[in-house]
Unconditional design. Sequence first.
Lengths: 188, 78
Amino acid sequence: MILTDREIQIALQNEAIVIDPAPDLSFYSSTSLDLTLDRRLTLFKDPKAGISLCIDPSQKGYNHEEVMAEITTPVDIDDVHGFDFPPHHMILAWTREFVELKFQSRIAARVEGKSSLARLGIGIHLTAPTIHAGFAGQIRLEMVNHNKVPVKLRTGMKICQLIFEQTLGTPVRGYEGRFSGQTTAKKG
Amino acid sequence: MKVRVKQIGPATHPSEVVVSVDTTSGAEHLVVNQRSLKDDRLEIGYPINSRDSDLLVELPRETINGSWRVWVPQALVE
């Protein structure tokens, strides 16, 4: 079941969900909550001519952050001019808000795009929208500009929305002293 | 409950850090928010299962190798 605006606010009051800074009331819709764009972006460098590059994430010893440091460069969005997101490029971005879903809370979430940006060709995630119970952090966005022209990004703009869902039951790790295989049905 | 981890270094975003968990099949790295780390310990909820002196735990983020649940020595879990 998807949480409505009212249920999201109750979950925030109960601290089943933590969002910092707290969202303005105008950031809610009936069944979602908008999040905003953080200043920091990570840009992928263009490969140099004549150099063949291939990432092998399943290789033993693969270190994602080291690889990313080699092939990307961090950029902070300019306060005045914003950032012109080039066409047909991918960047990593983050929500400005810190989000935490307590693992006992029976709440998970999905990060989704906003139609206002989708219409401009901006995708905000690549097939990994689930925010699992227990997550804590600023949400990393894998953004792609599918448009033929740049689209300006600005710090604090509404960039994505969270859809909160109530899980059917509590995950095993939310149960004290109950291991997998010892289900509630068996334990009574 | 918490699992002990080691800080490996900074992650892509200033709010994040790369940590290492010593699992029974070797070190697994994951990116976590710095606010999730307290004294090099990471909240993991309750263990999922046990086997001899090892515990199956679910990490708060997917590891760089794509795992959520890992077996760790019980001594790492508090």
